[in-house]
Design a protein around this ligand. Structure first.
Ligand code: ADP
Ligand code: MG
Length: 260
């Protein structure tokens, strides 16, 4: 289980980016984090990955306080696809995906057969087979994003965090990404947190929704509890239409043109 208790986050310039955040995500669950630009979503990801220490409160990961774990121990437990992916110059796709195995390997980083199988599984899952021997720096933004996702899958961590991972993907790869994540979460009972701007994807895939605004957790609960017309309008300050798809009973959302 991933659990945050009364977490606050502050940057070096004194900016308090999160305040009073308490939530938990269980194995096998996807938690979508929604909120406008600047709400604190990426800050929450940094807190979960140990990249930013909470100013107060605690983050616990499968029973361990993250503050007591070193970088390697955190990387064995949690895989993160950051919002901005850094390109590893001079490496091929397969080499970058294989870097996901590093937290499980000794100082010489020699790959076992099991490591290679995990890497190939991640390469296939992210539709990278035909790109596997290409240099990552020569790929498009969306392709590079898929490499980062494959690398995170190869990390075989029990928690998977994705920050706007689908944002630069074409519609087919966005759908495939959500499906891959969903399948991995169920098959391997992962704890999963996804930052999304796509309300429809959130309603389709999330078991829980955390709605953030100005560093505060406005609501945390099921899609039906959290993704209501009133709450979304308040948080995003925009008019939208909330419907229910009769085929699957899931909510869907359409932006509405403001009336003049
Ligand atoms: P989101 O991902 O929801 O768009 P962020 O978590 O990136 O939002 O940012 C939340 C707030 O923290 C914003 O006001 C942003 O300007 C501020 N912030 C983000 N990163 C830093 C930083 N490194 N130093 C100072 N303030 C930051
Ligand atoms: Mg962000």
């Amino acid at each position: 289980m991933l659990e945050l208790r009364d977490v606050a986050a502050r940057y070096a310039d004194g900016n308090e980016a999160l305040r009073d955040i308490s939530l938990s995500v269980s194995p096998g669950e996807i938690c979508a984090v929604l909120g406008p630009n600047g709400a604190g979503k990426s800050t929450l990801v940094r807190i979960l990955s140990g990249a930013l220490k909470p100013a107060s409160g605690t983050v616990s990961l499968f029973g361990d306080n993250i503050a007591t774990l070193d970088r390697r121990a955190i990387a064995q437990r949690i895989a993160v696809v950051p919002q901005t992916v850094e390109v590893a110059f001079g490496f091929t796709v397969r080499q970058v995906v294989a870097m996901g195995r590093a937290p499980h390997q000794g100082p010489w980083m020699s790959a076992s057969n099991a490591d290679n199988e995990i890497v190939e599984h991640a390469v296939r899952a992210c539709d990278l087979v035909t790109l596997a021997d290409r240099q990552v720096k020569h790929l498009s933004g969306g392709e590079q994003k898929r490499v980062a996702i494959a690398r995170a899958l190869a990390q075989s961590a029990r928690a998977l965090i994705l920050d706007e991972a689908a944002s630069h993907l074409d519609i087919r790869h966005a759908v495939e990404l959500h499906e891959v994540v969903c399948r991995e979460v169920v098959d391997r009972a992962l704890v999963c947190v996804v930052v999304l701007h796509d309300l429809n994807a959130a309603a389709r895939y999330a078991d829980r929704v955390a709605l953030l605004k100005a560093g505060r957790l406005i609501a945390f609960g099921s899609v039906e509890e959290v993704m209501t017309y009133r709450r979304l309008k308040e948080v995003f300050e925009t008019e939208l239409y909330v419907g229910v798809n009769e085929l699957d009973g899931k909510r869907y959302f359409l932006p509405v043109r403001p009336s003049h």
